[in-house]
Ligand binder design. Structure first.
Ligand SMILES: [Zn+2]
Length: 320
């Protein structure tokens, strides 16, 4: 029974390596800038160095495995990062094989949103439920689904791409090439797009003031303007929240979860986004399903990546 693991959170901006115990205690955390512009090889070598430094600090031998949570579509069984939107050059990278060769440790690789769902399941808001839908509201809209204790990752690890669920066949274009995805309404990039359009049309001084120019408007500027009472910003968040709620209703109708956990930086916008989402959820979900769902905020906050990476390992070992 493994009760200690190394957890590696590979992000577009930061690298974090930590020792995580099965009871949730963490120690020996190290953090560094990713510096993706130095290239794939440099990042992987830096990851291996951090793993060895953290393991040495904690006195862990090479039998202790490593969980790696990485962004973007990846194949957890083959251990290959297919593509990473925030890391230039990361296309079809055999990350598991490379790290295993450099560290001599067993590496378990998982998509960051699926890892976050496992993190909430093992350590967070969903630690006493068996059926969970996790939604990460960030630059995009990530997701992870756990049914009766099993992560749904599909035939090649792409299960749970909840953000690309269509909520309007005639809706706006999405980064995935489709249209009307819930992510095309409720994500950092979609809210920024709507804020920029409002600022360019001169219909929101608050949004334009929050950013230096219309092209620089991001989701934070829209959220700040909404907090100051700006009507246009509030309407953007209302529409985004409405689409999110419609998406959550579809997820609930399909999976009949006990709990939906909402994490990611955009969740901190709070009521202007989540109240319309909750209203739409109850409007669109089957009542018999909706009445058994608890919608909760993430319990892991900034430690989501760390606990998610650790949970990849505990889940993998639990399943075999
Ligand atoms: Zn999409």
């Amino acid at each position: 029974m493994v009760d200690t693991t190394l957890a590696f959170d590979l992000g577009g901006t930061n690298l974090r390596c930590t020792v995580v115990h099965r009871n949730g205690d963490i120690e020996a955390e190290q953090q560094a800038l990713t510096e993706g512009e130095r290239g794939v090889d440099a990042v992987i070598e830096h990851m291996a160095e951090m793993i060895e430094a953290v393991a040495a600090n904690a006195g862990l031998d090479t039998a202790v495995p490593v969980g790696v949570a990485a962004p973007g579509p990846l194949d957890p069984r083959a251990g290959i990062v297919r593509f990473s939107p925030n890391l230039a050059g990361w296309t079809n990278i055999p990350l598991r094989e490379r790290l295993e060769a450099l560290t001599g440790r067993t590496i378990h690789l998982g998509n960051d949103a699926n890892a976050a769902a496992l993190g909430e399941y093992y350590f967070g808001a969903a630690s006493d439920v068996r059926h969970l839908v996790y939604v990460a509201l960030g630059t995009g809209l990530g997701g992870g689904v756990i049914c009766d204790g099993r992560l749904i990752d599909g035939i090649n690890g792409l299960g749970g791409e909840l953000g690309h669920t269509c909520v309007n066949m005639d809706g706006p274009r999405c980064t995935c090439g489709s249209s009307g995805c819930v992510e095309a309404y409720c994500s950092g990039w979609a809210i920024a797009r709507d804020g920029q359009a409002l600022a360019r049309a001169g219909r929101s001084d608050a949004i334009r003031e929050a950013a230096s120019d219309p092209d620089g408007v991001d989701a934070r500027a829209v959220a700040d303007a909404a907090e100051a009472g700006d009507t246009g910003a509030l309407l953007i968040l209302e529409r985004a929240g409405h689409a999110l709620g419609a998406g959550l209703a579809s997820f609930a109708n399909i999976f009949n979860p006990e709990m939906i956990v909402i994490g990611g930086g955009l969740a901190r916008i709070g009521d202007p986004l989540l109240q319309p989402a909750t209203r739409a959820f109850h409007a669109y979900a089957l009542p018999a399903i909706a009445q058994n769902v608890t919608i909760s905020a993430s319990a892991l906050g900034t430690k989501t990546g760390t606990y998610g990476a650790a949970a990849i390992v505990f889940h993998a070992l639990h399943q075999t």
